[in-house]
Ligand binder design. Structure first.
Ligand code: TYM
Length: 322
């Protein structure tokens, strides 16, 4: 069975962008692939400098996966740091990538352009990410568009390693990005991202969720004006939660006078809330039982390790470390 692998950084509240762009598509792959989904706590160390926060966000992220339907019998859920050998592979890969390639990464350039001190972890981030993917012989990597460049660099590293040390040393993975959810917009119409402060967290209580939905920026067209659904942030989220019939009905209302954006936002709140209602309850149940989450993570780590050992031994042998 081919393998799917992806990760998420435990750096704050999981948001609708993570859910629509990666978690939902990744969960849909569970049946067709042997899935390795992990919490990228080593990556979070580039920006979280608080032990309690890192621990809390790690458990919240695990609870999020479980609440949204990860099947632990089938899918392997684990902490990245449970398999510290990933750092060894990251080092081996760091020696196969040029400074120039790392300097061209958009995420690094953005961090640099924001100014201030950038730690070397941010610069080397793509080597560790490539190690995550390659350590498990992953075939497909479901992510949002913002991670595409990193997965492509990972492919380049795998190809280079195979060229230098022999074909078959590493599996060259494919990126999987669903075009309709590649970049989910946030409250202000930019990409939804913790760094832009425009996110809608997944597990807000309904009242707060509604309040935030009401803050989504629209143009200033009045009730009596015809509106363009295809450029509207509210509609673009609505269609990802609503049924095709609901979507068609709301579209109709945009195209004739008589509907205000407040109404569209109310409709959006209703479909988002209906989708998240049951998972929210499950989320809080999991959060009330961290020991159960730890059990799932421990079993995941055990299974991840047996896959990782095989690959790392092969790589160590090929590069001359054994
Ligand atoms: P992270 O934690 O920033 O985001 C987790 C996933 O959510 C997707 N995403 C979005 N998709 C669509 N629209 C958005 N607005 C949006 N915001 C976030 C991201 O694309 C991502 O798929 N580097 C990764 C974590 C990672 C990883 C890996 C992923 C570490 N190692 C190996 C894949 C394979 C990250 O920071 O994701």
């Amino acid at each position: 069975m081919q393998r799917a692998l992806t990760g998420i950084k435990p750096t704050g509240d999981v948001h609708l962008g993570n859910y629509l762009g990666m978690i939902r598509p990744a969960l849909a792959l569970q049946e067709k692939y042997e899935a390795y989904y992990f919490i990228a706590d080593y990556h979070a160390l580039t920006s979280v400098f608080d032990r309690e926060k890192l621990r809390a966000h790690t458990l919240e992220t695990a609870a999020t996966w479980m609440a949204l339907g990860l099947d632990p019998e089938r899918t392997i859920l684990f902490r990245q740091s449970s398999i510290p050998e990933v750092c060894e592979l990251a080092w081996i890969l760091t020696c196969q990538v040029s400074m120039g390639q790392l300097e061209r990464m958009g995420a690094y350039k953005q961090a640099r352009d924001r100014g201030g001190d950038i730690n070397a972890g941010i610069f080397n981030y793509p080597s560790l990410m490539a190690a995550d993917i390659l350590l498990y012989d992953s075939h497909v990597v479901p992510v949002g568009a913002d991670q595409k460049q990193h997965v492509e660099l990972c492919r380049d590293m795998a190809i280079k390693v195979n060229h230098r040390f022999g074909e078959g040393t590493l599996v060259v993975p494919e990126v999987s990005i669903q075009p309709d959810v590649a970049t989910i917009v946030g409250l202000d119409g930019q990409k939804m991202s913790k760094s832009y402060n425009n996110v809608i967290p997944l597990w807000l209580p309904p009242k707060k969720l509604r309040k935030l939905v009401m803050k989504i920026v629209t143009d200033s067209k009045g009730v009596d004006e015809v509106k363009d659904p295809d450029t509207c942030n509210v509609y673009s989220l609505y269609k990802l939660f609503a049924t095709p019939e609901q979507t068609a009905a709301l579209r109709e209302r945009y195209l004739v006078p008589g509907m205000g954006y407040g109404h569209a936002k109310e409709e959006l709140f209703q479909v988002v809330n209906a989708t998240l209602e049951e998972p929210r309850e499950r989320y809080h149940e999991w959060m009330a039982h961290p020991e159960r989450l730890e059990e799932v993570l421990a079993e995941g780590a055990r299974r991840a390790r047996s896959a990782a050992d095989v690959v790392l031994e092969r790589v160590r042998d090929r590069v001359g470390l054994i």
